[in-house]
Design a protein. Structure first.
Lengths: 314, 375, 301
C-alpha cells in the first residue's frame, strides 16, 4: 500500500517540468513525509476507534434509552441517567451563544464598518489576548466574583426564600458567553474583512449611507461567515470543561430551578468521575459513551460550519 | 487603498436616526473592549503584588535537584521581560522625539545583558512566589514547579508537533499525489480540530494510563497536547507553503535541485515565519489547556522530582494548578495564589500572542524570506 | 505615528500597573527561618513519601508531616487531597505510596492493600450561621436523615425560622459522604444537590451560602459554622472525644492509611511514626478533632 503512495522518483510532468535526479537517501525523506500523513490519519482513527469501542461497550451495559432519558446520574448506585448532563451541556452552550454572540458580532460590524483603523488594531489586540486567556482563569474569576452576584440575583428574582446557591446554568452560561465572545468577534472580523471593497464602494456610489452599506451590503454578504463564527463559539462552549466545572455546581440531576439551581454538564462530569471510576467497570465505560455523545455533536457542528466556510470562500 | 476607503467614508452621514444608532453601537462595542481590557489589567494588578515583591533576604533553597538552574532561568526570563519592556519604552520615547532608534544588535545585546546580569545577581531575590514549591495546606506556597512544568510541556509537545506537523504539511502541499489520501488526511485533521479537548484527555488516559499502565506522566500529556495542536500547525504551515511563489520552486528545479532538496532548502525556509507563528500559537494552547492534562499528567507536584527532566513523571501546569487550588486545595491563601497564577498565565499568553503576530508580520516582508531562502 | 502612540501608552500603562503592584509589598519581608529540610542540604537525594486521598484526614497528616520532616531530614512527605476513593484507587494503581481513606477498602481491593488505622475522627452536620437556625442546637438522627434525603426542606421544621435549607453534598468520591451516609441515612441516599470537591472548599461555600447545610469531619469545625449536636432519647449528645470514645455519639470512623503490600523504606518510617506512642499520645490530641485509636472502647468493622 505504502509503495503506491510513496511517489515515484520520476518528477511529475504536469507540475514540475524539470528537476534534478534524485539523490540516494531521498527516498527515506519522502517516506518520512508520507509517514507524517499516515500518522495523522492513524492517530485520528485510533482515537475514534478507542473511544467508540469503550463507549459502545458502555452503551451496551447500560442501554441507550436509559442513558439518554434517565434524569439522575449516580454511577456508584447503578443509575446512569445522562439526560441531566446533556441538558446541562446544551443549555449552557446555547445560553452562551444567546448572550455572547450578538454583542460580539455587532462589535465586529462596528469595527469593520465604522471604527478608525488604529482603534480597530488596538481592539483586535485586546480581544486576541482575551480569547487566548486560559479558560480556568475565566472559571476562577467567575467562581470568586460571579457566583455571589448570581446568588443575590437569584434571590432577587425568585424571592428571598428560594433554595439557590448561585451556581448553575445561568452563571455558567454567562461565564461561557464572556469566554467565547472574543473568539466569535475575531472570527466575525475575518468574515467581514472578506467582503470585497468594490461592493462597499458601489453601495456608497449609489448614495447609501455607511449604516445602510453595513447592514444592507456587508452583513448580508458575510452572513455565512458570521454564522460560522457563532457555530464555532457554540462548539467551544459545549466542549468547555474546567471553567464550567467550577461554577456549574456539580449536582447530578436536572436542575430544580432551571436557571439558578446546580446541575452538571457532560464534560464536567467526565472529569470528576474519571478520578474515581476504575477502568473496566461500567461506571468508567459509560463516561466514554457520554463522550461519544459530546463528540458527535461537536463533530457535526464543526464539519457543517467548515463546509459552509468553504462555500463562502468560493 | 486609502483613497477607496475615503470614497466610502466621504459619503453622507445618513439620517439622524442612523447617526444615533451608530453612536449607540460604537458605545456598546467600546464598552465591551474596555471591560475585557480592564479585566486583563485587573488580573495583572491583583496578581502583581505576589509576582513583583522582590525579596531583600535570599530565599533559601528547598533542596530539590536542578533548583538553582531553574532559578537562573526564571530570573533570566523575568529580567529579560523587564529589559524588553524598558526597550519598548525607550523606542517609543525616541519615536516621539523623532530621533533614530538604536541598531537592532545593540537593542538585543542590551536586553540580553539585563537578563544575564539579573540572573547572576538577583536570582535568590526573586519574588518568592515564582520559585517556591506549592503548599497544600499552609499559606505562602509558590508556583516554581508549575512554571517549570508549563515550559517543559511546551518544549515536549513542540518537539512532537514540529516534525510531524511540518512533515505532514510539506507532504500535503508539495508531494501528495493520491487525491483520496489527501482528502482522507484533510478529513482527519478537520475531525481532530473539532474534538472537544476532554476527548483528547479520555484518549490519553485510555492509552497511557490504562492500556500501557504508565501512570500519569508529562510525556502522555505532551503527546495529547501535540495531537490537539496538529490541525492548527498543519493548517497554517500548509497555507504558508502554498503562499511560496511557484517561480522560486521552479528556479530551484532549474538549477538541478531535486524536489526533496527544493522542499528542504527553499519551500520550508520561505514559509518558516508562518510555521513559527503556528508553533507559537500552539504553545499558547499548551499554556491554557487544563482538562486533558488533569487526565493524563495528574495534579501532583512531588518535592523530590519537582524540577526533574524525566518526562515519565507526573506534574501539573499553571492552568491545572489554578483549578486545583480552588477545588481541592486547603491553603488559606488560595485567593492570592490563584491571582498570582492567573497573572503569570495572562503574561505568558500575552507574550505568545505578541510573538505570533510578530512572526506573522514577518511573512509580509519579502526581503527576509527570500534572503533566507536563496542563501 | 499613531502606532507609536499606541505602543507608548501601552508600555506606560503596563509600567504603571507593575509599579502600583510593586508598591503593595515594597517593605522587605522578614527573614524567614529556613525550612527544616533546607538546613540539611548535605543529603544527596531526599526520598519522598507520597500520599493522597481523604481531606478529612489531611490536617492530621500535615501535622505528622511537619514533625516527621523535622526529625528525619531528607525525607519529605507529599500529601494531596481529592477524596477517599481517589486515595484508594491511587494506592492500588501505584500512583502514590499511601492512600488516605475514611472508609474501609472495598472487597476487590482488600487483598492487595494493607490497612493502617491511625486515628478516629467524628463527623457532624454543619450549617451556615444565621438567625434562622440560632435556636436549633440539636437535631435527631431521623430528622438529619430527612434533611439530607430532601424531605425536610425548611429550617422552621427543625425549630428555627422560615428559611429554605440548601443541602450541599461532598462529591461521590468522598469518604465523609460515605461515612455520614451509611450512619445517618443508611446508605448513599442523599438528595442530589450542589457538590464540593473537598472539605476546605465546602467550608468556604457553607459560610457563603444562606441556609446551607452539609456534613464535615470535626477537624473542620469552625466558629463561623453552626455545628449540630444529636438529639436522642437520652438527651442532647455533643460531638466530641468523650461522647465518641464512650460510644454515645455514633457518627465517627477510623482514619485509614492504606499501602500496597507491606510498606517499606520512607513510607514505613512515616507510618511507624504515626503509630508511635509519642505521636499518638502527644501530637495527635493537639490536632483538632482527632482521637487516638487506642482510646476507642468499642471496635467497628
Amino acid at each position: 500500500m505504502s509503495n503506491v503512495l510513496i511517489a515515484p522518483s520520476v518528477a511529475e510532468p504536469r507540475r514540475v517540468p524539470l528537476t534534478g535526479r534524485p539523490r540516494p537517501g531521498e527516498a527515506v525523506i519522502r517516506g518520512a513525509l508520507v509517514a507524517c500523513g499516515w500518522f495523522v490519519l492513524a492517530t485520528t482513527l485510533a482515537m475514534l476507534g478507542f473511544l467508540a469501542r469503550t463507549g459502545i461497550r458502555g452503551l451496551g451495559e447500560v442501554g441507550v434509552g436509559a442513558l439518554l432519558s434517565g434524569d439522575t446520574w449516580k454511577p456508584e448506585a447503578g443509575s446512569f441517567g445522562g439526560l441531566a448532563l446533556i441538558v446541562g451541556t446544551f443549555a449552557t452552550a446555547l445560553g452562551a451563544i444567546a448572550l455572547g454572540a450578538g454583542p460580539a458580532v455587532l462589535a465586529a460590524v462596528w469595527l469593520t464598518e465604522f471604527a478608525g483603523e488604529s482603534v480597530a488594531r488596538g481592539y483586535r489586540r485586546v480581544m486576541e489576548i482575551a480569547s487566548a486567556v486560559p479558560s480556568v482563569v475565566y472559571g476562577w474569576l467567575a467562581l470568586v466574583y460571579l457566583v455571589p452576584i448570581f446568588e443575590k440575583l437569584a434571590h432577587a428574582i425568585r424571592g428571598d426564600d428560594a433554595p439557590v446557591t448561585g451556581e448553575g446554568i445561568a452563571a455558567s452560561a454567562f461565564l461561557l458567553a464572556v469566554m467565547i465572545a472574543p473568539t466569535v468577534l475575531l472570527l466575525s472580523l475575518d468574515a467581514l474583512s472578506r467582503v470585497p471593497r468594490p461592493l462597499r464602494d458601489a453601495s456608497a456610489a449609489l448614495g447609501a449611507s455607511p449604516w445602510q452599506t453595513a447592514f444592507s451590503v456587508s452583513v448580508p454578504y458575510g452572513w455565512r461567515g458570521l454564522l460560522v463564527a457563532t457555530f464555532f463559539g457554540f462548539a467551544r462552549a459545549a466542549g468547555e470543561t474546567m471553567a464550567v466545572q467550577m461554577v456549574i455546581g456539580g449536582a447530578r440531576r436536572l436542575p430544580r430551578d432551571f436557571f439558578f439551581s446546580p446541575t452538571t454538564t457532560i464534560s464536567a462530569q467526565i472529569v470528576m468521575d474519571m478520578q474515581e471510576a476504575r477502568p473496566g467497570t461500567p461506571e468508567n465505560d459509560v463516561l466514554y459513551s457520554m463522550a461519544l455523545v459530546l463528540l458527535s455533536v461537536s463533530v457535526v457542528v464543526v464539519l457543517v460550519t467548515r463546509a459552509m466556510a468553504r462555500g463562502q470562500a468560493r | 487603498m486609502s483613497t477607496t476607503r475615503s470614497l466610502h467614508r466621504s459619503q453622507r452621514q445618513g439620517s439622524s436616526r442612523e447617526v444615533a444608532l451608530k453612536r449607540v453601537l460604537g458605545i456598546g462595542a467600546s464598552a465591551l473592549a474596555v471591560v475585557y481590557a480592564l479585566g486583563l489589567l485587573y488580573l495583572l494588578v491583583r496578581g502583581g503584588a505576589r509576582l513583583w515583591s522582590f525579596t531583600l533576604y535570599p530565599t533559601p533553597l528547598a533542596g530539590v535537584d536542578n533548583e538553582e538552574a531553574m532559578r537562573f532561568v526564571v530570573a533570566a526570563g523575568v529580567f529579560g521581560l523587564v529589559g524588553w519592556l524598558a526597550l519598548a519604552l525607550v523606542r517609543a520615547v525616541l519615536a516621539r522625539l523623532e530621533r533614530p532608534r538604536f541598531a537592532a544588535k545593540y537593542e538585543r545585546g542590551a536586553v540580553a545583558l539585563v537578563a544575564l546580569a539579573g540572573a547572576l545577581v538577583a536570582r535568590d531575590h526573586l519574588p518568592r512566589f515564582l520559585v517556591l514549591l506549592p503548599s497544600e495546606t499552609k499559606a505562602g506556597g509558590g508556583i516554581g514547579p508549575e512554571i517549570f512544568n508549563t515550559i517543559y510541556f511546551a518544549v515536549l509537545s513542540t518537539a512532537i508537533t514540529l516534525p510531524i506537523g511540518v512533515g505532514a504539511a510539506v507532504y500535503l502541499a508539495r508531494f501528495a499525489r493520491s487525491q483520496r489520501f489527501v482528502g482522507a488526511v484533510r478529513m482527519a485533521l478537520d475531525t481532530l480540530a473539532s474534538l472537544p479537548s476532554i476527548v483528547y484527555g479520555l484518549f490519553g488516559f485510555l492509552v497511557f494510563v490504562v492500556e500501557m499502565k504508565a501512570g500519569y506522566s508529562l510525556f502522555a500529556g505532551a503527546f495529547v497536547l501535540a495531537l490537539l495542536n496538529l490541525p492548527l500547525v498543519v493548517g497554517i504551515a500548509e497555507e504558508s507553503m502554498h503562499a511560496v511563489p511557484r517561480e522560486l520552486d521552479e528556479a530551484s528545479f532549474a538549477l538541478g535541485a531535486t524536489p526533496v532538496q527544493t522542499a528542504l532548502r527553499v519551500t520550508i525556509p520561505y514559509a518558516w515565519p508562518g510555521i513559527l507563528s503556528a508553533l507559537v500559537l500552539s504553545v499558547g494552547r499548551v499554556f491554557s489547556e487544563s482538562a486533558p492534562l488533569i487526565m493524563t499528567a495528574g495534579t501532583t507536584i512531588s518535592r523530590s522530582n519537582a524540577y526533574s527532566l524525566n518526562p515519565f513523571r507526573g506534574g501539573e501546569t499553571l492552568a491545572v494548578h489554578l483549578w486545583y487550588v480552588n477545588s481541592a486545595g486547603l491553603a488559606p491563601d488560595r485567593a492570592d495564589v490563584s491571582a498570582g497564577t492567573a497573572a503569570v498565565l495572562v503574561i505568558l499568553v500575552a507574550l505568545t500572542n505578541l510573538l505570533a503576530s510578530r512572526f506573522a508580520r514577518y511573512g509580509g516582508a519579502e526581503g527576509t524570506r527570500t534572503k533566507k531562502a536563496t542563501r | 505615528m499613531t502606532r507609536h502612540r499606541f505602543e507608548l501608552s501601552g508600555a506606560a500603562l503596563i509600567a504603571i500597573a507593575f509599579m502600583a503592584a510593586a508598591c503593595d509589598k515594597s517593605a522587605p519581608p522578614a527573614p524567614e527561618a529556613p525550612p527544616a529540610s533546607a538546613s540539611a542540604p548535605a543529603e544527596p537525594t531526599s526520598s519522598t513519601v507520597s500520599a493522597s486521598g481523604s481531606s478529612a484526614l489531611q490536617p492530621l497528616v500535615n501535622a505528622a508531616k511537619e514533625k516527621f520532616e523535622a526529625n528525619r531530614k531528607g525525607i519529605s512527605v507529599e500529601v494531596s487531597a481529592g477524596g477517599s476513593k481517589k486515595g484508594l484507587s491511587d494506592v492500588a494503581s501505584g500512583a502514590v505510596q499511601i492512600g488516605d481513606s475514611d472508609i474501609f477498602a472495598p472487597d476487590d481491593l482488600k487483598a492487595q492493600l494493607v490497612d493502617h488505622k491511625v486515628a478516629v475522627v467524628g463527623f457532624a452536620a454543619m450549617a451556615n450561621k444565621g438567625p434562622f437556625n440560632d435556636k436549633v442546637a440539636a437535631v435527631s438522627l431521623a430528622d438529619l436523615a430527612k434533611v439530607f434525603a430532601g424531605t425536610i426542606t425548611n429550617w422552621k421544621d427543625l425549630g428555627g425560622q422560615s428559611q429554605p435549607i440548601v443541602v450541599i453534598n461532598r462529591a461521590p468520591g468522598s469518604g465523609t459522604r460515605s461515612v455520614f451516609g451509611s450512619i445517618v441515612l443508611g446508605g448513599d441516599k442523599f438528595v442530589e444537590s450542589q457538590t464540593e470537591d473537598n472539605s476546605g472548599a465546602l467550608v468556604a461555600k457553607l459560610k457563603q451560602t444562606k441556609g446551607a447545610i452539609s456534613y464535615l469531619a470535626l477537624s473542620f469545625a469552625d466558629p463561623d459554622l453552626h455545628t449540630f449536636a444529636l438529639k436522642s432519647d437520652a438527651g442532647v449528645i455533643e460531638p466530641g472525644p468523650e461522647t465518641i470514645t464512650g460510644g454515645t455519639y455514633p457518627i465517627w470512623s477510623y482514619e485509614h492509611m492504606y499501602t500496597k503490600g507491606e510498606p517499606s523504606g520512607a513510607a514505613k518510617e512515616f507510618l511507624d511514626y504515626l503509630a508511635s506512642a509519642d505521636f499518638q499520645e502527644h501530637v495527635l490530641p493537639t490536632v483538632k478533632g482527632f482521637i487516638p485509636v487506642t482510646q476507642m472502647k468499642l471496635a467497628r468493622e
